[in-house]
Design a protein around this ligand. Structure first.
Ligand code: NAD
Length: 522
């Protein structure tokens, strides 16, 4: 791939692997009935390249008619899609996965352009989504039910049926992976999906729609609509939509969970995080520090599984200068630059918020040991950059500890013992991910048993499970107490309704007389 490699959006606009202003920007369209349809929106959301703030596209606040058209399309498609054989669905999913792989660079380039993360990291974003699509190809063995002869000539079988029309509402930080947490599983189980990408970077989702059509998804099985809160409210209230998948902040997610559930919909909602890393004195120092730096500052800290809190146990607080040296070694630049380790923040507003939280730490008495505020890469003076920032002497009352910062900022606290570190971590409201760095198997096991986070890494900084498992957040990081979790077996259960059928085919004809008591199957 060179900087001049040209890619096309589904509607024919060119984009390149660089941050130059586009020769022609095209408005983002809706995707309804397998067509890219121009929106007649009145309100539009400008989308800028975070590395330069050049305009990339305009995203519509889709009109009510367009939102209704998407639902009608999905409703029309459902009976035939539901009746389509599982082998046919599996074949489409194989082709979809192959097309994603063939368009890997194109998808990643769209992510770097709109979201800002480095091209290498954007490829990881696509890959983690592709793995869900590839795992969904195993649907022919994953969806089998159970059957048992429960009495003479009588058997009960359990089957899983699709829900109907379902919806997904996505965040900005993984523009391919999170749509792909939903598209493959929702559709291969026989549902028709209406997807709302983040209004801040819908490009990858639009390419996925093009690939879905090419793979053979019939009209209406996947529709894409756009917008901000009004589109979400439409999804929450439309009676045809049976279930909603949401990934994003607590502010939006708690509202969506409450209103969606009150409207009788099934909701799975993954929310915010404040992930703690415990560093033990017996850890392999070199690899632990590298892992922590990568997980704190990679993707500019805009990952729900970023390690944003470092809990230094005992003497490991003396390792902080070495950690800072490694953080200083990261190259902060436009995501298409070959040597870039850390790209920009999504928007000027998010950058300002991150910088104000760093300032609050200073005001509350913490020490800013490495300050990324005001950082401007020479080639990208207009981008939304914040350099890696390390804050020490942090206490649990400080704003920088309590709030999810969602930027390249690591807040550091010291404790004397592992138990103290576990208590501190468990007292935090969030429970998405956590990691321990140690060479001691018994310390690791003790941590695993006593920690309250949903995803636990042992010498693994970002323990996001592969799709044969499920994304298992905990506490405030997941709505509804974590009853519904994305992908894996729970993901299949989320997108299907269980039905049990009990049948009797008598092998002899017996006069059973009146049967007015509760059948006992004896
Ligand atoms: P966000 O909540 O701002 O936006 C997510 C979606 O909700 C978008 O589609 C947006 O249009 C919609 N939305 C935003 N505000 C709304 C409102 N007031 N009413 C209705 N809808 C609204 O989140 P974001 O900034 O795009 O993403 C970052 C957040 O997502 C972080 O908190 C991060 O931790 C979280 N996240 C969590 C996971 C996870 O699996 N736990 C994964 C990725 C991101």
């Amino acid at each position: 791939m060179t900087k001049t490699t040209e890619f096309k959006t589904p509607t024919g606009a060119s984009f390149f692997m660089n941050h130059k202003p586009l020769a022609r920007t095209l408005d983002t369209t809706n995707f309804i009935d397998n067509e890219f349809v121009a929106s007649s929106a009145v309100d539009w959301i400008d989308l800028h390249d975070p590395a330069t703030n050049n305009l990339v596209t305009r995203v519509p606040q889709s009109t009510d008619e367009e939102l209704h058209a998407a639902v009608e399309s999905a409703k029309r498609a459902f009976p035939t899609w539901r009746a389509t054989s599982i082998m046919a669905k599996q074949r489409i999913m194989f082709t979809f996965g192959n097309l994603i792989r063939a368009n890997w660079d194109r998808l990643a380039a769209s992510i770097t352009l709109e979201q800002g993360k480095t091209f290498k990291d954007a490829k990881g974003d696509v890959l983690r989504g592709l793995q869900v699509a590839e795992t969904a190809c195993g649907i022919t063995t994953q969806l089998t039910g159970e059957v048992l002869e429960v009495a003479k000539d009588m058997e009960t079988k359990s089957i899983r049926e699709p829900l109907g029309v379902v919806a997904a509402i996505c965040p900005f930080n993984f523009p391919a992976m999170i749509p792909l947490w939903c598209i493959p599983i929702a559709t291969v189980t026989g549902n028709c999906l209406i997807l709302k990408p983040s209004e801040r970077d819908p490009g990858a989702a639009m390419i996925l729609a093009e690939l879905a059509r090419e793979a053979g998804f019939p009209k209406g099985v996947l529709n894409i609509i756009h917008g901000a809160a009004p589109t979400v409210d439409f999804i929450l209230d439309d009676p045809a939509i049976q279930a909603i998948s949401f990934v994003g902040s607590n502010r939006a997610g708690e509202y969506i969970y409450t209103r969606g559930s009150a409207n009788g919909k099934r909701v799975q909602a993954n929310l915010g995080a404040k992930n703690h890393a415990l560093l033990l004195p017996d850890a392999d120092k070199d690899s632990a520090l590298n892992a922590i730096v990568g997980a704190a500052f990679g993707a500019a800290g805009q990952r729900c599984m970023a390690l944003s809190v470092l809990v230094m146990v005992g003497e490991t607080k003396s390792w902080l200068p070495e950690l800072i040296e490694r953080a200083k070694g990261l190259v902060v630049s436009g995501g298409f630059e070959k040597d870039a380790d850390v790209g920009p923040i999504i928007s000027p507003q998010s950058k300002a918020r991150i910088e104000s939280i760093i300032a609050s730490a200073e005001q509350e008495g913490a020490s800013i040991l490495l300050d990324g505020r005001g950082f401007k890469p020479e080639k990208y003076p207009n981008g939304n950059f914040v350099g890696p920032t390390v804050i020490s002497n942090v206490t649990t009352e400080m704003k920088c500890y309590k709030e999810e910062i969602f930027g390249p900022v690591l807040v550091c606290l010291s404790v004397d013992t592992l138990d103290e570190g576990i208590r501190l971590t468990n007292a935090n409201d969030y429970g998405n991910g956590t990691a321990i760095f140690t060479r001691s198997g018994s310390a690791a096991l003790y941590f695993q048993k006593n920690i309250e986070a949903g995803q636990v890494g042992i010498n693994v900084p970002i323990p996001v499970p592969l799709p044969m498992f499920s994304f298992t957040g905990n506490k405030k990081s997941i709505a509804g107490g974590g009853a519904n979790t994305f992908y894996g077996k729970p993901g299949l259960a989320f997108y299907t309704q269980q039905k049990t059928v009990t049948s009797l085919w008598r092998s002899d004809s017996i006069d059973t007389g009146k049967q007015v008591v509760m059948p006992s199957h004896l």
